[in-house]
Design a protein around this ligand. Structure first.
Ligand SMILES: Nc1nc2c(ncn2[C@@H]2O[C@H](COP(=O)(O)OP(=O)(O)OP(=O)(O)O)[C@@H](O)[C@H]2O)c(=O)[nH]1
Ligand SMILES: [Mg+2]
Length: 257
C-alpha cells in the first residue's frame, strides 16, 4: 500500500523541521513497539533526516528548501510496517513531499502576484496542484506567530492563499485529510491555542467556512521550545523535546502507535 502526503505551508512556516523531527521521533518510538516498525531504505531520505538532526544538535536552523525540478524532487520515502499474525505484515509506504514555500505560494496566490514568479517555480506549482488532486493527506503548516503578530498585509495574503487552497481541495479531492498544524506557539503567550482557533473562526469566517470536510486542527511543538540568546536571537534548544507531533500522523494514517 503506498500513500502520498504533502507538507505545505508558506516559506519559513516550519515544514522541513516539523517533517524531519516527526519521522526521527517516530522511528525512535517504534523501536520499542512490538506492533509497528519504521524503516528508511531510501538513501536520500535517510541523509536528509540525519542532516536536519545534526543541524538542530548544533542549535542551528536548517537550510531553506531549495528549488529542484523533476517529478521526484522533494520526495522522501519511508515504510511503516504493522506486524500481523505469523508473516502477515502490512507495509505502508509513505511518500512525503516537502515543497519550498514559494511553490505553494505560487500555486494559490492572486493572479497579479504570479507575474513575479519565475517560469520554473510556476511549472512546479502546476505539478504541485496535480499532486494535491491525487494525494491522501496534507500537513499544512501554519506559523502561529504570524497569525498573532504578523503584518496585516502578510496575513491577508495568507488568508487569500488558504481560501484558494481550500476551494481547490473541495473541487478536486474533497475526501483528502487536511491536518492544520499550528506551530511556533512557544513564541506566543501561554494558552494561546483557543485564541488561535477563535481568530480563525471570527476574523476570517469565509476561509473558515471553506475548510474541507476532513480538516482537523493540531497544535504542535516540534522542538518542545526554543532558546533566546543574550543578543535576543531565537535558536533551537539544547535538547529537543517534541510535543504533540504524533497526533497529526496518527490521525492521517489511522494507526494507533
Ligand atoms: N519558534 C519556532 N520556530 C521555528 C520552528 N521550526 C522552525 N522555526 C523557524 O522557522 C524557520 C523556517 O523553518 P523551516 O523548517 O526551514 O521552514 P520551511 O517551511 O521548510 O521553509 P521553506 O523551506 O523556506 O519553505 C526556521 O529557520 C526557524 O527560524 C519551531 O518549532 N519553533
Ligand atoms: Mg523547507
Amino acid at each position: 500500500m503506498s500513500n502520498q502526503f504533502l507538507f505545505l505551508g508558506l516559506p519559513a512556516s516550519g515544514k522541513t523541521i516539523c517533517f524531519c523531527t516527526m519521522v526521527r521521533e517516530l522511528q525512535k518510538k517504534l523501536h520499542s513497539s512490538n506492533k509497528f516498525s519504521l524503516k528508511i531504505d531510501d538513501r536520500k531520505t535517510a541523509d536528509f533526516i540525519d542532516e536536519c538532526q545534526e543541524r538542530l544538535k548544533e542549535q542551528r536552523w536548517v537550510d531553506k528548501t531549495g528549488f529542484r525540478d523533476g517529478e521526484n524532487a522533494y520526495s522522501y520515502i519511508f515504510q511503516i510496517i504493522e506486524k500481523g499474525l505469523l508473516w502477515w505484515d502490512t507495509t505502508y509506504s509513505i511518500d512525503y513531499r516537502d515543497y519550498p514555500g514559494e511553490v505553494f505560494t505560487a500555486a494559490f496566490s492572486r493572479p497579479g502576484a504570479q507575474s513575479q514568479t519565475s517560469a520554473g517555480t510556476q511549472k512546479m506549482a502546476n505539478q504541485l496542484k496535480g499532486k494535491i488532486e491525487n494525494c491522501e493527506g496534507i500537513f499544512l503548516l501554519m506559523d502561529a506567530e504570524d497569525w498573532f503578530n504578523g503584518q496585516k498585509s502578510f496575513r491577508m495574503n495568507q488568508i487569500y492563499i488558504l481560501e484558494e487552497l481550500f476551494k481547490f481541495i473541495n473541487e478536486n479531492n474533497p475526501s483528502l485529510k487536511l491536518a492544520l498544524l499550528f506551530n511556533k506557539i512557544e513564541l506566543l503567550p501561554k494558552n494561546s491555542e483557543q485564541t488561535l482557533q477563535q481568530i480563525f473562526r471570527n476574523d476570517y469566517p469565509n476561509a473558515y467556512s471553506l475548510r474541507p470536510k476532513n480538516t482537523k486542527d493540531f497544535f504542535i511543538y516540534p522542538l518542545g521550545g526554543i532558546k533566546i540568546t543574550e543578543k535576543g536571537k531565537v535558536i533551537p534548544p539544547e535538547t529537543i523535546r517534541p510535543q504533540n507531533i504524533f497526533d497529526p500522523i496518527r490521525w492521517i494514517l489511522e494507526l494507533e502507535f
